[in-house]
Ligand binder design. Structure first.
Ligand code: FMN
Length: 188
């Protein structure tokens, strides 16, 4: 392997593709695509999303202290692309994409009905990182499409078709490689 040294850039891949819903100051819903999103703690379960301060959605999240992470599947790729390139300041993304909303269980912010998984989040801390603000948030509730659940009530990930973001490209996932800790079961 011969490596070429490069200048720092956001090199980590893959990152998830999510649709974030939030509520504006007049109570109007908005949706935007976000990939600077990650799990940051297990107990209590916490996630963090990074949002550019000048985004329309940034004001909403800062004011309400809440948002929903909606996980789209491959069938929603066009909506993902629209919501990642069009601002609420210019157009109604729900009308453009056909995405619809349904009520959350704990938050005022609604869920994207077409996304199979929705994670209700309450902001606990905002950290300014220059180009982006990081909203560290507690997971308040999670909604999962029944069709994804196995008999024991766990997500059967072979049924999910998440979208990954690599560089500026959307990718689907390949096949399952193994289960965490599989090396312990290996026979010598
Ligand atoms: C794949 C993808 C990922 C994105 N991830 C983020 C992100 O993590 N944070 C962010 O601030 N903007 C991100 N964007 C850009 C916003 O989705 C985009 O600027 C959107 O129009 C903002 O909507 P708003 O102006 O209605 O808030 C991403 C765009 C794409 C296409």
């Amino acid at each position: 392997m011969s490596k070429r040294l490069q200048k720092p850039f956001p090199a980590l891949y893959p990152v998830p593709v999510t649709l974030i819903t939030c509520l504006g100051s007049e109570g109007e819903p908005n949706v935007f695509t976000a990939s600077w999103v990650g799990t940051v703690s297990s107990s209590p379960p916490q996630v963090a999303i990074s949002v550019r301060p000048y985004r329309y959605s940034h004001v909403a999240i800062e004011q309400t202290g809440e948002f929903v992470i909606n996980i789209p599947d491959e069938s929603l790729l066009r909506a993902v692309d629209v919501c990642g390139h069009i601002s609420k300041a210019r157009a109604d993304k729900f009308a453009m994409t056909g995405l619809t909303l349904m009520p959350a269980s704990q938050l005022k912010t609604p869920l994207v009905a077409e996304c199979p998984v929705n994670i209700e989040c309450q902001v606990v801390q905002k950290i300014s990182l220059d180009s982006h603000d990081l909203f560290v948030s507690k997971i308040i509730a999670v909604h999962v499409d029944e069709a994804l659940l196995d008999e024991a009530g766990f997500i059967d990930y072979s049924r999910t078709r998440p979208i990954a973001y690599l560089g500026n490209e959307y990718w689907g996932l390949g096949q399952r490689l193994n289960t965490s800790g599989f090396f312990r079961r290996e026979t010598r």
